[in-house]
Design a protein around this ligand. Structure first.
Ligand code: NCD
Length: 308
């Protein structure tokens, strides 16, 4: 999205073209090969991390990314420690922070809050997760992981399992992968946690093959990628429903019996109970590599949006 000041922000993964994604991946891989060349690219630049909702990985990943580029970081990690607790609007916060920093990474429990920030800021805003909606930089981590594991994106059967209703990482990854030929989705969830209707409509409109099921083991042999997700407790209206659904899917070695030897298992983390720790040593487990890939892609994204 480009705002009235001509400033470009990243709110949705579809804001980036396939060519731009290719170029971010190329930059991330170049950072792996030539880390020295990037050490001071963002010298004199500041990233503001505005986190109105708890996070470990995403916030620290952004901060580590900026430090590794030679830049500096300011920000807050909970709404209580910001002026939002005094009633300041997101629009005003964005205008204020534009005077202090060069780029913003914002996480917010309300869907659309980073868009309001992006409309009002005079510096780029990166959506670091808005409610149950989108999480484009997690998708950048997922894409680099799939690329490094599979060598490309075409003709993959991608299983997504768990909380597909509230899982914002799922929605952004479906958007991103839907642009590659031959991709199909297998959506595995309890009835109550199926993808929202706007996501289903998106797949229908773009004629992307997808199957909805509750049975993980039955579809396991078909999958090239299995994307496990946490049941998003904080987005449930009542605790009883959460308790009933939280352990719907627990990936164990036994459940992988029918899986391909080349399967890649991803998870945006944090993991609660969805993947048994016994799987961590399986060569198909990619979720900790995914964390490193997230930092590399955030470095590439910051460079792109700052134009350095
Ligand atoms: C995800 C998120 O915040 O949506 N985590 C992350 O950014 N790595 C997934 C989750 O919280 O379950």
């Amino acid at each position: 999205m480009v705002n009235k000041y001509g400033v470009r922000s990243l709110l949705n993964i579809l804001d980036l073209s396939v060519e731009e994604l290719d170029s971010l991946i190329a930059t991330a891989l170049d950072i792996v090969d030539n880390p020295q060349a990037y050490r001071s690219r963002c010298q004199g630049k500041k990233l503001a991390t505005l986190f109105f909702e708890p996070s470990t990985r995403t916030r620290l990943s952004f901060e580590a990314a900026m430090y590794e580029l030679g830049g500096q970081v300011i920000g807050f990690s909970e709404a209580n420690s910001s002026s939002a607790s005094k009633g300041e609007s997101v629009a005003d916060t964005a205008k204020v922070i534009s005077c202090y920093a060069d780029i913003i990474a914002m996480r917010h429990p309300k869907e659309g809050a980073p868009m309001v920030a992006a409309m009002n800021a005079t510096i780029p805003v990166i959506n670091a997760g808005d409610g149950g909606h989108n999480h484009p930089t997690q998708t950048l981590a997922d894409l680099l992981t799939i690329y490094r594991e599979k060598g490309g994106f075409e003709n993959l059967t991608i299983g997504m399992c768990g909380d597909l209703k509230f899982g914002r990482t799922v929605h952004s990854l479906i958007d991103a992968m839907s642009r590659y030929p031959g991709v199909q989705f297998v959506l595995i969830s309890p009835e109550e946690l199926k993808v929202p209707s706007y996501v289903r409509q998106f797949m229908e409109e773009h004629q992307i093959p997808f199957l909805q099921t509750t049975d993980l083991e039955q579809v396991m042999p078909n999958l090239d990628v299995l994307y496990m997700t946490r049941v998003q407790r904080e987005r449930f209206f009542n605790e009883e429903d959460y308790l009933r659904l939280k352990d719907s899917y627990v990936l164990t070695p036994a459940k992988l019996t029918g899986a391909k030897a080349t399967l890649s298992i991803l998870h945006p983390l944090p993991r609660v109970n969805e993947i048994s720790v016994a799987i961590d040593e399986d060569p198909r487990a990619c979720y900790f590599k995914q964390v490193l890939n997230g930092k590399l892609m955030r470095m590439a994204l910051i460079l792109k949006l700052l134009g350095v």
